[in-house]
Design a protein around this ligand. Structure first.
Ligand SMILES: Cc1cc2nc3c(=O)[nH]c(=O)nc-3n(C[C@H](O)[C@H](O)[C@H](O)COP(=O)(O)OP(=O)(O)OC[C@H]3O[C@@H](n4cnc5c(N)ncnc54)[C@H](O)[C@@H]3O)c2cc1C
Length: 380
């Protein structure tokens, strides 16, 4: 294992940071306040090659590893988590499609994701099925050469703007094993019966689209089955083992953004006739933030590196997922504290970081679920 970055990886970091600083900084407050997603900005990010970089060259992607994709996530989130999330989540589900989709599904969707022509989402969560994904009750029933889908999905990223949604649903509800009842089905969102309603008033990542979805007798071709019938649960776990790495990188990016803001602010803000950075209490906070960020980054680097070696380590990824999120929460909290009252106002970036951090402990596996995975592995 060697974490000295290659020249190409260093260039990816520089390019991603330059793009984010140039394009996100002046828009961040407005997009947060207005819950706005900018399609032109997303297309620009696609043109410059920042979106769907893990997608193979055969489908127009860069064919990068998860590691490189994590580096882009970290840079985008260090500048603005809301916009970073909105842009990079436009391919949410592409990993699943690439791992399990048919050639035709991949050829139809993947090149367009890279080119900025279509947006993908993945719908697992339901009003009564969150951490326990096996309690999902959305169904897909065979009718001739079609599937008919019925059900409701909750908190779906890109729900109102996606062109395709990968729907996690029961295709074999009578199977005695709860884990073998599910499959993924690719649903074009212009299919009659697909209804999405944007959710407003999120705490953070407000530039990202989140929706509730209703599926009412949605008919799609039998060929839209992704992966093996009845194996959807296992495919989902495999998918999360890889995409959770992105969330780790997002967390480290956010924590770094909080540290950068803190250093800048405390050097400029004077109280008791000195910069507040000169108080030892402030210095200790800065030292602790820097140390935690380094530790968190090393954890996710190792997990991403293993995934790229073809040996994803689910317990290590789970460790990285909860720990990086905790570091993000702690750094955002300390950063706001160091800004005092100014940090409480949304004109200051730290207020957004404080709100944006919380999602990292919730989506793609809550911190409790991640710790359960870690504990199971340690106690085995
Ligand atoms: C902004 C946003 C975007 C999202 N995007 C998507 C998306 O694109 N696609 C998608 O499918 N979903 C998405 N989600 C949903 C997200 O993945 C779920 O919110 C998450 O999985 C938790 O499910 P829940 O909210 O139903 O909480 P619940 O499952 O009801 O959990 C509530 C609390 O109970 C705890 N808990 C539950 N079970 C256990 C247990 N066994 N042991 C200990 N504690 C437990 C949880 O950790 C949590 O603290 C998104 C959510 C948000 C807020």
């Amino acid at each position: 294992m060697n974490f000295s970055l290659t020249k190409e990886q260093q260039d990816i970091i520089k390019a991603a940071r330059k793009f984010a600083l140039g394009e996100f900084t002046d828009r961040a407050m407005e997009f947060d306040r207005e819950e706005k997603f900018d399609l032109d900005l997303w297309r620009k990010a696609c043109e410059l090659g920042f979106v769907g970089t893990h997608i193979g060259e055969k489908y127009g992607g860069a064919g990068y590893g998860y590691f490189e994709e994590c580096l882009i996530n970290e840079e985008f989130w260090a500048v603005d988590p809301g916009i970073g999330s909105a842009i990079l989540s436009t391919t949410f589900g592409a990993v699943l499609l690439e791992l399990y989709g048919t050639d035709q599904q991949k050829e139809t969707v993947l090149p367009k994701l890279v080119e900025g022509e279509v947006i993908l989402g993945t719908a697992i969560t339901e009003p009564d099925a969150g951490c326990d994904v096996t309690s999902a009750v959305t169904t897909a029933v065979k009718d001739g050469d079609e599937w008919i889908l019925n059900g409701s999905k909750m908190f779906i990223t890109n729900g109102t703007i996606a062109n395709y949604i990968l729907v996690f649903c029961q295709t074999d509800p009578e199977n005695p094993s709860r884990h073998q009842r599910f499959s993924f089905i690719l649903v074009p969102t212009d299919t009659p019966g697909y209804l999405a309603n944007k959710l407003h008033g999120k705490l953070g990542i407000r530039a990202s689209d989140t929706a509730e979805i209703a599926l009412k007798d949605v008919r799609v071709s039998f060929e839209n089955l992704v992966g093996k019938e009845g194996q959807g649960f296992y495919e989902l776990m495999d998918f999360f083992n890889r995409t959770r790495l992105h969330v780790c990188a997002q967390a480290v990016g956010l924590a770094r953004g909080a540290l950068e803001e803190s250093i800048h602010y405390t050097k400029g803000r004077r109280q008791f006739e000195q910069a507040i950075a000169d108080f030892q209490v402030t210095q200790f906070k800065i030292a602790e933030m820097g140390t935690k960020i380094r530790a968190a980054r090393n954890l996710y680097y190792e997990a991403a590196w293993k995934a790229d070696q073809g040996k994803p380590d689910h317990a290590l990824t789970a460790m990285a997922k909860w720990y990086t999120a905790k570091v993000a929460m702690e750094c955002a909290d300390e950063a706001l504290q160091m800004h005092g009252g100014y940090g409480y106002i949304d004109e200051y970036k730290v207020q957004r970081l404080y709100r944006d951090a919380k999602i990292l402990e919730i989506y793609e596996g809550t911190k409790e679920i991640e710790k359960t995975i870690v504990a199971k592995s340690l106690l085995k």
